[in-house]
Design a protein around this ligand. Sequence first.
Ligand code: BES
Ligand code: MN
Length: 457
Amino acid sequence: MSVAPVLARIDQDLDAALDRLFDLLRIPSISTDPAYKEDCAKAADWLVADLASMGFEASKRPTPGHSMVVAHYEGPGPHVLFYGHYDVQPVDPLELWDRDPFDPELQDTPKGKVIRGRGTADDKGQLMTFVEACRAWIAETGSLPCKVTIFLEGEEESGSPSLVPYMKENAEELTADVALICDTGLYDDKVPAITTQLRGLLGEEITVTGPSKDLHSGMFGGLAMNPARVLAKIVASLHDENGRVTVPGFYDGVPELSPELKAQWDGLGFDADKFLGEVGLSIPAGEKGRTPLEMLWSQPTCEVNGIWGGYTGAGFKTVLPSKAHAKISFRLVGTQDPHKLRESFRDYVSAMVPADCKIEFKGHGNSPASMMEISHPVFEKGRQALTEEWGTEAAFVGAGGSIPIAGYFKTYLGMDSALIGFGRDDDQIHSPNEKYDLECFHKGTRSWARILGEMGS
Ligand code: BES
Ligand code: MN
């Protein structure tokens, strides 16, 4: 079956596809905030109804947290499972948005038309590229070129607490020949990409307590230890002067880049000046001697995501706080073990706390890094389909972000995953004014139509 009429239908149907996406975007499905629980359910219901309207056998599946959406469509050839997430990040700081994050709009910008709103790029706009590709195939040919299961999660942005138990309990239903994940980006504005490795993630929150209550910093300062000072010292000790992380054992399991992969990445001609320039920076901050792409894709990191304590309001207050806090996350690579690292980090940091201060830890998510097995035929078929659609050779790339499910598909279901996404680096995912380029939505949909066609051939 030729893909040409399917592509033509996608082109004709673009306005209607946008209307559908906007309906989904209007639902504020913020998974981490209990106030939006109903909205998460609504987003799941919306997707079930939409998939059912196309002929999928679709249902919402309860979990202890937000529901999963699972939908099946019988078809010939290989069985592919598509994964995406319908939940979105919180919108704060709201005052930095130019409009209501849940009132999406198509806007003209100097770089082209963009869809503005929370979840446009991460991940509703992306997941709808696959759904729209299926819709066009079914509308045009009466069926899909392969057997398709769609598996959508509503807790990705809050660490996927229900995911592994759900996958284990429903292993048979969810096991396909290969998983397709649309939650990553293009390599460059015009260069499509298949992501072959992702970093893992470990989150730790620390609270240092000094005095039993907030104090006057003149009356007590000098004699009483300030927990912010203790915390600052801890944070400052986490990297050495070469940018290496100092936690003992941190680099256990961090591999050197293979010469083949290094050559391939060097061939991408990554422009670090441009990449940093777009966010107002110019100096790579990773370990000295590493290339910028190593820093982003194949080296682990330690970052402070939040740090607070004492008086942070308007004006000034001479307080010596009782408590100081930090949220710290590590991006992991290779076989770095998040559990071991958590222990080592806690021991290392605890030893820096003076005897009469106290430190408490709260663990957040943890997932190991994942490395894809690119011998599966989907990688070559995907590369071809993407290259045809974008008119530029598709690149195999790494990604600095984390999508824990990619590793879980392999570990729990024995499935390889191909990560194919159409986001751009300036999409501002997780930030105010998130957007998804109309071109990415449109060509992304066309790309999936081609990939499905290739998979079925
Ligand atoms: N889609 C992103 C991850 C991503 C972005 C991968 C760009 C590759 C390129 C995903 O939704 C995300 O943000 N994941 C979180 C992890 C999660 C456990 C909170 C992340 O990477 O911080
Ligand atoms: Mn995402």
